[in-house]
Design a protein around this ligand. Structure first.
Ligand SMILES: Cc1ncc(COP(=O)(O)O)c(C=O)c1O
Length: 400
C-alpha cells in the first residue's frame, strides 16, 4: 500500500478529530522517522514532546521487552515490584515526597483537580462543592469534558458543554495582578502551564511565576504547575518553573515520562496534599502498572545519563540563534526555551509546514501562524544546521 491508500482508509474509517500532515510513518529512530515509501524526515515535533529521549531508544526498548516478558498489568488491587522504583526515582529527581501515577496527561490534570478540591474541603475548610480553581487565558490542559470547559479556545470547548465555568475562574496569563483580583475565600488552587506549549510556546513575563507563588502562599491556595509538555528537559531545565526558582504544591507530568513507549503520567506533591485522597477514592486500571513504571524509570534515567536536559538548553540556544538570523519579512519573531521554539510568522503557518514536509522536516502549526520546533533532545548540531538550511529555503521561497 502507498501513502494515499493509508490516508484513504483513515479518512473513511477513523474519526476526523485531527488534521495531520499527509505523511504515513512506518518506522523511526532517534530524531528521524521514515514513511511507508522509505522517505526520511527529521522529526521536529517529537510527538508533542513525548519522545524527548528520541524515537525507539534502544535502552527503553530493552526495558520494555524485558518487563513485557515478566508482567505488564496487575491493576492496583495487588502490588507490583516496579511501581516502588518509580516512586523512588521521582522523589529522588524532583524532591516531591509522593507521586500519583496515571496514564494520559489529561487524566493527571483531572487527578490534580480532584486532589486540590479535596484539600480545599478537608484542609482549607471551604464549603463542599464551592471550591474554585483559577486557570489562565490561552491554557491547554487536555481534552476531557471538565478540562475543555475551562479552555478559552472555541475549537476545544465549543459544542461540548454544559460546563461549570464558575468552578474555574480565568485570569490573564502572565498578569499576576489580574490573578490577585480573581482570588476569593473559595479559591482552592491556581493551575497554570509555566510555558504555554499549545498556545505557541508562550513564555510569561519574568517574575510572573514567582508572583503567582507568592499570591498562593498569601491566600492559602495551592499552586499547580502543568509540566506535561514543558517538563522533563524540554525547556532546558528539568522543569520550566525552575527558571524562576519556585516550588509549586503540585506538579503534573506526562508525555516524556515514558519516552514515547507507553502512556504514563503522574501528579507530584508532598504528603500534606497527596494524602487527602484515601483508598478507593481515585484510581485507574492501568495507572501504576509495572510495564509503564519500568519504562518511566528508564526514561528518567536516560534524561540523566545522556545529559539531555543540558543538551536541550545548549542546542535550543543554538537553534534559536540560527533561526533569528534568517532574514525574511514573513518572520515576526522567534521565542522559546531549550529545544522548544515558537517560530512566529506574519502569515498562515500551515503552507510552511506542508513545504517543510516536502523538504524532509516534520513540524506542526499551532494557532494559525506559529510553527513549533521541538525535536527530540538527542538532535545534533549538524542536524540542526541541516534543518535551518531547509527552513531558510522554504521561508525564502514563500517570501513573495
Ligand atoms: C500542558 C499540557 N497539559 C495536558 C496535556 C494533555 O496530555 P494528554 O494528551 O496526554 O492527555 C497536554 C497535551 O498536549 C499539554 O500540552
Amino acid at each position: 500500500m502507498k501513502t494515499q491508500d493509508y490516508i484513504n482508509i483513515e479518512n473513511e474509517f477513523g474519526a476526523h478529530n485531527y488534521h495531520p500532515l499527509d505523511v504515513v510513518v512506518h518506522s523511526a529512530e532517534r530524531c528521524w522517522v521514515t514513511d511507508v515509501e522509505g522517505k526520511k524526515y527529521l522529526d521536529c515535533l517529537a510527538a508533542y514532546s513525548a519522545v524527548n529521549q528520541g524515537h525507539c531508544h534502544p535502552k527503553l526498548f530493552k526495558t520494555f521487552v524485558e518487563q513485557a516478558t515478566k508482567v505488564t498489568l496487575t491493576s492496583r488491587a495487588f502490588r507490583n515490584d516496579q511501581l516502588p522504583r518509580l516512586y523512588q526515582k521521582l522523589n529522588q529527581m524532583t524532591g516531591y515526597e509522593m507521586s500519583l501515577p496515571m496514564n494520559s496527561g489529561a487524566e493527571a490534570v483531572e487527578s490534580a483537580i480532584k486532589l486540590a478540591r479535596r484539600w480545599a474541603y478537608d484542609v482549607k475548610g471551604i464549603e463542599e462543592n464551592k471550591a474554585e480553581i483559577i486557570v489562565a487565558t490561552g491554557n491547554f490542559h487536555g481534552r476531557t469534558s471538565t478540562i475543555v470547559g475551562f479552555s478559552d479556545d472555541p475549537s476545544s470547548f465549543k459544542g461540548f458543554g454544559p460546563y461549570c465555568t464558575s468552578a474555574f475562574p480565568m485570569h490573564e496569563y502572565g498578569n499576576a495582578e489580574d490573578l490577585r483580583t480573581k482570588i476569593t475565600p473559595n479559591t482552592a488552587a491556581v493551575l497554570i502551564e509555566p510555558i504555554q506549549g499549545e498556545g505557541g510556546v508562550v513564555i510569561p513575563p519574568d517574575g510572573y511565576l514567582k508572583e503567582v507563588e507568592k499570591i498562593c502562599h498569601e491566600n492559602n491556595v495551592l499552586f499547580i504547575c502543568d509540566e506535561i509538555q514543558a517538563g522533563l528537559g524540554r525547556s532546558g531545565k528539568l522543569f520550566a518553573h525552575y527558571y524562576e526558582g519556585v516550588r509549586p504544591d503540585m506538579v503534573i507530568i506526562g508525555k516524556a515520562l515514558s519516552g514515547g513507549y507507553y502512556p504514563v503520567s503522574a501528579v507530584l506533591a508532598d504528603k500534606k496534599v497527596m494524602l487527602v485522597i484515601h483508598p478507593g477514592e481515585h484510581g485507574s486500571t492501568f495507572g501504576g502498572n509495572p510495564l509503564g513504571a519500568a519504562v518511566a524509570v528508564k526514561a528518567l534515567e536516560i534524561l540523566e545519563e545522556e545529559d539531555l536536559i543540558e543538551r536541550s538548553n545548549e542546542l535550543g540556544e543554538y537553534f534559536m540563534t540560527k533561526l533569528r538570523a534568517i532574514d525574511s519579512p514573513m518572520i515576526d519573531f522567534v521565542r522559546g526555551r531549550g529545544l522548544w521554539i515558537g517560530f512566529v510568522l506574519k502569515t498562515k503557518a500551515r503552507p510552511y509546514c506542508e513545504m517543510l514536509k516536502e523538504e524532509g522536516i516534520l513540524c506542526k502549526e499551532t494557532h494559525v501562524n506559529i510553527i513549533r520546533f521541538a525535536p527530540p533532545l538527542v538532535i545534533t548540531k549538524e542536524e540542526i544546521d541541516w534543518a535551518v538550511a531547509k527552513i531558510e529555503k522554504v521561508v525564502k521561497s514563500l517570501d513573495k
